[in-house]
Design a binder for this molecule. Sequence first.
Ligand code: FAD
Length: 114
Amino acid sequence: MNWSIAAFLFLASDYVRTNTDLATMEAANEAARRAVNSLIDASGSTAPYCQIWDLQEPTILVLRRWADQIRYRKGLPWNGKLSPWYLRLFIPVVLVWAGIEGMLRWFNRLRSPH
Ligand SMILES: Cc1cc2nc3c(=O)[nH]c(=O)nc-3n(C[C@H](O)[C@H](O)[C@H](O)COP(=O)(O)OP(=O)(O)OC[C@H]3O[C@@H](n4cnc5c(N)ncnc54)[C@H](O)[C@@H]3O)c2cc1C
């Protein structure tokens, strides 16, 4: 629910919590869909809800994401590096994992091109 303390004021923007945990147009779009759903609830409308789905984040970004989380929890600013150092040990695993996922997607597209 994207509701606020002021009835009938609904928040939809880059800055509200969404499944799409990235500052992107997709996140802003999800926030808007959530706000519309709250509006439907508050107005008693029988209009269908906007669909909400989970973000399918590319596996290749997982180490960057962990690095961000670790630094954020420590109160450190973003430094653009894959730190702490031990995260780099996982690079081969993530590359293989992402490669397998890519091949599976490719095979699936071959099997059902539409
Ligand atoms: C440099 C940069 C690059 C980006 N690149 C990408 C990208 O490649 N892909 C991607 O998906 N996302 C990208 N983003 C993020 C994306 O632009 C935002 O996530 C998205 O635009 C957020 O949408 P929004 O509707 O919340 O806010 P906004 O798009 O910022 O819209 C808010 C609007 O409200 C208006 N406004 C503000 N205050 C008032 C007021 N008092 N009265 C009236 N109007 C007001 C503003 O002028 C603006 O038009 C990028 C962002 C930046 C800054």
